[in-house]
Design a binder for this molecule. Sequence first.
Ligand code: DC
Length: 224
Amino acid sequence: MLNTKPIVVAIDGPAGAGKSTVAKLVASALRLRYLDTGAMYRCVALLAKRAGLKESESEEVAALAERSKIKFIEDGVLLDGEDVTKAIRTPELSSLASSLSAKPAIRRVLASRQRQIILEGGYVLEGRDTTSVVAPDAEVKVYLTASIEERAERRRKDLVATEHEVSVGELMKQIAERDARDMNRSDSPLIRVPEAMVIETYGLTPQEVAAKIIERARSVTTHS
Ligand code: DC
């Protein structure tokens, strides 16, 4: 029988490896929708911050997350109807999102929503745990890697675009801390699943990285 369900492409990897840029390019080339799972953790961090909840109050944060509406729009995200695209990109929220994302209660709420979103297929999703937990059956699984220096430089450029200036040295420190937290947490740590296509992005443009994934996705669809 012909498999007509559109494919899912899951892109995993550490902070600043270029997952979002590459995922958007792949989604656009393959006419799939794009799901930025990290933005959902950032939205939850914003909710927690505004409610004055501490990291230790993860059950309360998870309950808030459960009641919230996160909606993706062209190039942005709405949290309960408010455009929070820029507000969720500050260094403070990066750090809070990373801490909260280690909490099983919060992961449960968001991972289940993410699975629901991609159920019918037709998505490129990116974020830590997408190849291992959210979409283990994805037709294409990718793990992007890059050195800490490169990732810090990428983050610096992103932050300049959102009017937050931070030095590369400070960003390298933050990224190393986040890597350690993301890889060592007990619930859904950042891992490289054995079947993932590993792409070392050093010296490659986002377009070149995307081209490798697109080629893999096309070969999967023509062989299924
Ligand atoms: O990709 P990002 O920097 O926007 O993600 C923000 C934080 O959320 C990051 O520290 C790790 C966490 N995260 C996660 O644990 N699982 C995901 N699927 C996506 C992000």
